[in-house]
Design a protein around this ligand. Structure first.
Ligand SMILES: Cc1cc2nc3c(=O)[nH]c(=O)nc-3n(C[C@H](O)[C@H](O)[C@H](O)COP(=O)(O)O)c2cc1C
Ligand code: SF4
Length: 442
């Protein structure tokens, strides 16, 4: 039995190829699997060339926003200033646990990607900011960094090139907001993890006021493969009719699904096949009711919408949602959507840094109203109140945490309104929350 299931024949395991293979965790093991060849190759090139290859590959940020990585790197010029790379390993988006597995199984793959990224943006110092709760990934990444220093992969003479790259691992303290790139920088500087107003953008004035690039773990871990195999190789993965979304993507799957876990597929993969063939579909006797495809911050899809979606940036937008972080959360017919959406709102209210009035008050009031409806004490006016609060929370704050709370509320109210109405009118849930198998289960 592989990790945690054998790879499905329709997966494209590039980043996940060595998940479950403990031998890949050590420096020697990583080298035996072709590790650090890309870094060796890159340090003999001009950083500009590395930027160009990544730009040509079409790689887009896997942290949520999908910003083109090569373009982001091209903002970093050889200007003689101190530059920094920050690797965002804070991974706290509900439903998302792909970066965790990269760090647990292939920590050297991440270290190599971080060193490559630092080199490409003319930085001698990189930070890996790891979610505080990630005990094992933290230990694995620290061990890999230590081994890399001892072997001369990091430090004053990277792979014998005479170039310097230092990597520091920093452990967070359990705040979701520190995954927002400017909050992450404040936290690294030892300040409260509050997002900063942009501009200035990090590429102009970031960490310690210096030009900085922030990239997600999965983004950086993809770079060695691109340097080894070339931009054209990477571009072959994806839909022929959508050159904007290329490469492979890790999707974390959780909730009411037969085979939860991480799956790596080429972008553009049909979501229906993904849910039913790769992930095994719903639990026996159950039916999928709703899916959040990209972490808790993106609009909820009904089963019908999910089954028609294609798994890439544009495909999910065409279906009314977003790719986000790739955290797929599945709800079956036992789930009370009022309760689920109230639960999400409570998360955002708890994690708001409270700088912006719309977010501080909006997330708190949204939670209170949703919990009141959940408890059978809602009124029909609550619909308008919730939508009006959601409007005030969208596009008006320092960061998008506020929008992220409004999104599932707006999509949930429009798609599962009958469940809210049943709670308001008769304090009745329209689902069988006890979960007795449906009659048609046989
Ligand atoms: C509230 C909030 C939380 C975020 N959390 C993460 C996170 O845990 N990991 C991550 O990579 N990006 C996270 N992001 C996105 C980052 O701000 C940033 O866009 C990303 O790290 C850039 O990397 P990429 O270009 O490689 O995707 C978050 C954004 C927001 C608004
Ligand atoms: S939107 Fe919310 S989390 Fe983001 S800066 Fe404003 S108060 Fe803080």
């Amino acid at each position: 039995m592989g990790y945690p299931y054998p790879s499905h024949e329709r997966e494209t395991p590039i980043l996940s190829k060595y998940f479950g293979d403990a031998g890949a965790r050590t420096l020697d093991g990583w080298r035996q699997r072709g590790g650090y060849d890309a870094l060796q190759k890159a340090v003999s090139m001009d950083p500009q060339e590395v930027q160009t290859i990544v730009k040509d590959s079409g790689l887009r940020g896997r942290g949520g926003a999908g910003f083109p990585t090569g373009l982001k790197w091209s903002f970093m010029k050889p200007d003689g200033k101190t530059h920094y790379l920050a690797c965002n390993a804070d991974e706290s988006e509900p439903g998302t646990f792909k970066d965790r597995e990269i760090m647990r199984w292939t920590p050297h793959g991440l270290v190599e990607g971080v060193a490559l990224g630092a080199y490409a943006i003319y930085a001698e110092t990189a930070y890996i900011y790891i979610r505080g709760e990630f005990t094992e990934p933290y230990a694995r990444v620290c061990a890999a960094v230590e081994e890399a220093y001892a072997a001369g992969v990091l430090g004053a003479n990277v792979m014998g090139s005479g170039k310097r790259i230092d990597v520091h691992v920093h452990r967070g303290a359990g705040a979701y907001i520190c995954g927002e790139e400017t909050a992450l920088m404040n936290s690294l500087e030892g300040r409260r993890g509050n997002p900063r107003i942009k501009p200035p953008f990090p590429a102009v004035a970031g960490l310690f006021g210096k030009p900085t690039t922030i990239n997600n773990v999965e983004t950086l871990a993809a770079v060695p493969h691109i340097i080894n195999n070339g931009a054209e190789w990477y571009k072959q993965f994806g839909r022929a009719d959508n050159p904007k979304s290329v490469g492979t993507k890790l999707f974390s799957v959780c909730g009411n699904i037969s085979r939860p876990g991480n799956y790596e597929v080429a972008l553009g993969f049909p979501f229906k096949e993904f849910l039913y063939d790769l992930c095994g579909g719903p639990l026996p006797g159950r039916e999928i009711k709703a899916v959040i495809p990209g972490g808790s911050s993106v609009p909820i899809l009904t089963r019908e919408e999910a089954e028609g979606a294609l798994m890439d940036y544009e495909g999910f937008v065409a279906s009314g949602t977003m790719l986000g972080s790739g955290g797929v959360i599945v709800f079956d017919d036992r789930q009370d959507m009022v309760k689920q959406i109230a639960r999400l709102a409570r998360f955002y209210a708890h994690e708001s840094c409270a700088q912006c009035t719309q977010c501080r008050e909006g997330t708190a009031w949204t939670t209170r109203i949703l919990e009141r409806i959940r408890d059978g004490e809602g009124t029909v006016e609550d619909f308008d109140t919730l939508l009006s609060i959601a409007d005030g929370m969208t596009g008006k704050t320092i960061c998008v945490l506020s929008d992220s709370c409004a999104t599932p509320v707006i999509s949930g109210l429009s798609k599962f309104r009958h469940e809210f109405e049943a709670k308001i009118v008769a304090n009745r849930s329209v689902v069988n929350v006890l979960g007795a198998p449906r009659a048609s289960a046989a």
